[in-house]
Design a protein around this ligand. Structure first.
Ligand SMILES: Nc1nc2c(c(=O)[nH]1)N[C@H]1C(S)=C(S)[C@@H](COP(=O)(O)O)O[C@H]1N2
Ligand SMILES: [Mo]
Length: 504
């Protein structure tokens, strides 16, 4: 085997094995297409509009398959090239591996709403590619060292190659089959129309129009995501039901259609995570549609001794929520839609809980299937045994979005702005302080209720040099944010968000 052909073949085979495992990983762990498609989509996004239009004209509806095909051919060429480089040593193709993985990573991470799981297929594919390549190179070298056995070695190589090819195909098909359930659920979700769910833009004047500030309404794609599941539960609405039981006179089991047949409530609610650091972004604001839990619990004869509801999700996650927050006047609900769309799968499709004023870890159960009315003495939620407090009321907080810490700004008037929140209490005042000077009140955006965050903005005057800008909020209950710095655990971080900027 002196020609380049077997080396190239080894490279292509190893690469195909990598593509197969990356495809299978994408199918099993995400609801996205494989990284190759992400690369094709990146190409589309980077192509100037006129060129793209011309291509679509020429290729008609075949533009996408042709593009994906083209990417595959290029990738195969890279595999072959990596294979021929491996004649020197098994690791010589390193630059090709790294470059291709980098392109894949960029493509995957530039997708809307991409998260850490989306990196997984690229990683798995890369590792497979390198491992299989190393194994094939080893087989080829043995063959080269023993010319007398050439024909036997060649047969062995062909056999190994065949096994790898078949195994790759098998892995890809298996991934497709395993992921089919979630794809099916995604298809059902896309077709679902829930009567009474409306799509409304953010109310007027919630936005102050300051460039760089977080949008008041968070899109479903940009909404932060926190959960303990690697592969999110895929539940068909038809297969979903919830059982409300425990310290009640009458149990209640509701199917999805029974739930959505009830009176739907729609409200803007800001949800945030207890593990958010000061200035962090584990927070989002959406318009939720669902059935109020107070209405559901009302007719069940809840015992006077009960003080919590132990919620369980389809994937076995639990949390204990104070009963009072589910039965008072706030819009705690079993939500079925987010921003006018059925809940995205990763945000709890088909049904999740949302409770204004409580951190997600004690209230916002995604894929919720069971609610047991109980007592805190008898109930422990998932995070409560892992260093987090049993009670999780949201703490008042504020954040500077613009400028970013470390930014260089022009001397003179500088627009500062960000968000402040204290759900179910409301924000009455936000103040900004420059270099330890006087606290200046900021302008506040309007809000439809006390359950959402508030935009704030202020123009400050900065002279040349380095400056420190900080923010603090005051709630409608008169409480001003404490300057005492606390870590997120056990019950939420505190402290004033402070940034450094230099005016030049
Ligand atoms: N089933 C389930 N629900 C869950 C969690 C989880 O891990 N599993 N995490 C909770 C936490 S800690 C938060 S902050 C919110 C986040 O909701 P989101 O991912 O829709 O933003 O969901 C809550 N509901
Ligand atoms: Mo959280």
């Amino acid at each position: 085997m002196t020609t380049r052909t077997p080396w190239r073949l080894a490279g292509v085979l190893a690469g195909l094995a990598g593509l197969a495992t990356s495809y299978a990983t994408a199918m099993v762990f995400t609801i996205r297409e494989a990284p190759v498609v992400a690369v094709a989509e990146l190409v589309i996004r980077l192509t100037p509009g006129a060129v793209a239009e011309r291509a679509i004209q020429v290729l008609g509806h075949l533009d996408k398959p042709v593009l994906v095909g083209g990417v595959v051919v290029l990738v195969l060429a890279c595999f072959a090239w990596a294979g021929s480089l491996a004649r020197r040593s098994w690791w010589s193709p390193l630059p090709v591996w790294v470059a291709l993985a980098a392109v894949g990573l960029v493509a995957v991470l530039s997708q809307r709403g991409a998260g850490v799981v989306d990196v997984l297929p690229v990683g798995v594919g890369l590792v497979t590619w390198i491992a299989v390549h190393a194994a094939l190179v080893d087989a080829l070298r043995r063959g080269a060292r023993r010319p007398d056995l050439e024909s036997r070695e060649r047969r062995v190589f062909v056999m190994v190659a065949g096994v790898i090819a078949v195994a790759s195909l098998g892995i890809a098909v298996a991934g497709r089959v395993v992921g089919a359930g979630r794809r099916q659920v995604e298809a059902s979700r896309q077709l679902l129309r829930i009567p009474g769910v409306t799509r409304k833009p953010a109310p007027p004047k919630t936005s102050l129009g300051l460039p760089g500030i977080s949008p008041w309404q968070t899109s479903n794609e940009d909404f932060y995501r926190i959960d303990t599941s690697i592969s999110v539960p895929a539940i068909e609405p038809d297969e979903w039901s919830i059982r409300i039981h425990g310290m009640v006179d009458r149990e209640l089991t509701l199917t999805y259609s029974q739930l959505v047949a009830r009176q739907l409530t729609e409200s803007w609610i800001t949800l945030n995570c207890v593990s958010n650091e000061v200035g962090g972004d584990l927070i989002g604001n959406a318009r939720w549609s669902g059935v109020r839990l107070a209405d559901l619990l009302e007719g069940l004869g809840v015992s006077d001794r009960a003080d919590c509801v132990l919620q369980t999700s389809h994937d076995g996650w639990t949390c204990a929520t104070p009963l009072a927050a589910l039965t008072d006047d706030r819009d705690a609900m079993l939500a079925v839609a987010m921003n006018g769309r059925p809940l995205p799968i990763e945000h709890g499709f088909p049904v999740r809980t949302v409770v204004p004023g409580l951190y997600g870890y004690v209230s916002a159960t995604k894929w919720v299937v069971d609610m047991e009315v109980s007592t805190f003495a008898d109930s422990v939620g998932y995070w409560t045994t892992r260093g987090w407090s049993a009670q999780g009321p949201v703490k008042i907080a504020s954040r500077i979005d613009v400028p970013s810490s470390g930014d260089e700004v022009a001397v003179g008037s500088v627009s500062v702005g960000g968000m402040a929140w204290h759900q179910h209490t409301g924000i009455s005042k936000v103040e900004v302080q420059v270099d330890g000077g006087a606290w200046e009140p900021a302008e506040l955006g309007r809000v439809p209720s006390d359950d959402t965050w508030v935009q704030w903005a202020l123009t400050v005057d900065l002279d040349e040099g380095d400056h420190e800008v900080r923010v603090r909020a005051t709630g409608k209950d008169g409480e001003t944010q404490t300057s005492a710095v606390a870590r997120p655990d056990p019950d939420g971080s505190t402290g004033w968000h402070t940034i450094q900027v230099s005016a030049r």
